[in-house]
Design a protein around this ligand. Structure first.
Ligand code: PAZ
Length: 315
């Protein structure tokens, strides 16, 4: 028997409803309709990015978080757009954004100069890279091929993923999921969560975390059964990484699992399928690992489409 808290239906029934669900649904409908009717029918990928939080109180003061910066999702979004995909960027609020990866966090002001007339402008040495980023970003937004949807909590993330998946299912094989977000495995169910700030002074805090239902099987079996699904597996122990990747391939019927280790995930990843495994390494410090990854993944997506139909079209 499935424990109540591991059951996807009870998770959604008990979750606080998304505040702007109707507006998000309308934006998704419009985005998918526009891109699927673009010449040849564009491929659409949902890139998930950044970490989900687990609130400990309904009026949340404290929460559990994880290390993910959203860099991988942001960089991958840029390369998917370049490869001709339309991208739904489902990202953690405040995490790294496409075309903004190079902006320094702690020395942002160094990007600007104040001239003799007190006019603020981008410093000459940074101007070319900023100009290119603005150009690429505007092209994606004005061309209607980038839709950004933010989340913070695990509740928001899973509800949004459900909505995105239902929309992407309309493009069948041309849909893709690239699940790079670091999603919480454990959470406090909304109805058993403290309403107000948990008070100290009563000694140690005992808290029971429930398991987040495994939504990958919902995604594969119910939400978007034809989509090409790439999930990520992060581990700290190299001895179990590949075995865990195979588990995700078989249990959730993912098309590809990208396996990476916490110690090296910025330098290398392993692309694992049921037939083969290939290591991708960063060639030099200025090259994005995501450039190679997206090339391989979009080629595999093409083969998947061709293998299932006679219509082999590029994005
Ligand atoms: O967001 P980031 O660039 O800091 O990190 C990327 C990553 C390590 C979160 C991603 O590559 C990944 O493995 N995501 C899945 C994590 C998981 O197994 O839950």
């Amino acid at each position: 028997m499935v424990a109540v808290e591991e059951n996807p239906e009870s998770f959604f029934a008990a979750a606080p409803p998304l505040r702007d669900a109707d507006a998000v649904a309308a934006r998704l409908r419009e985005f998918v309709a526009r891109n699927s009717s673009a010449e040849g029918g564009r491929r659409i990928v949902c890139v998930t990015s950044g970490g989900t939080t687990v609130p400990l109180e309904q009026r949340c003061v404290r929460y559990i978080d994880n290390f993910s910066s959203g860099h991988r999702g942001a960089a991958s979004t840029e390369y998917f757009l370049k490869a001709g995909y339309a991208v739904i960027f489902l990202h953690r609020r405040g995490s790294c954004q496409p075309y903004c990866r190079f902006l320094p966090d702690d020395s942002f002001l160094k990007f600007f100069d104040v001239d003799a007339q007190s006019k603020v402008q981008v410093a000459e040495c940074h101007a070319p890279v900023v100009k290119k980023a603005i150009g690429d970003y505007c092209k994606a937004i004005e061309g209607g091929s980038l839709l950004k949807l933010p989340f913070t909590t695990i509740f928001e993330y899973l509800q949004l993923l459900n909505m995105v998946a239902t929309s992407i299912s309309l493009v069948g094989l041309r849909g893709m999921f690239y699940l790079a977000a670091a999603v919480s495995d454990f959470y406090v169910p909304w109805d058993s969560m403290a309403k107000h700030k948990i008070q100290s002074g009563g000694g140690p805090l005992d808290m029971r975390l429930s398991q987040v239902p495994k939504m990958l099987s919902m995604l594969r079996n119910q939400w978007a059964p034809l989509a090409f699904c790439v999930s990520f597996k992060l581990e700290t122990d190299s001895d179990i990484l590949i075995q865990k990747a195979h588990m995700a391939l078989n249990k959730y019927k993912m098309n590809i699992v990208v396996a990476n280790l916490l110690a090296t995930y910025k330098e290398e990843v392993i692309i694992v399928t049921n037939k083969e495994r290939s290591i991708i390494r960063k060639m030099n410090k200025d090259e994005d690992l995501e450039k190679q990854m997206i090339k391989i993944l979009s080629q595999n997506h093409s083969k998947y489409i061709c293998g299932s139909t006679n219509g082999c079209k590029s994005p």
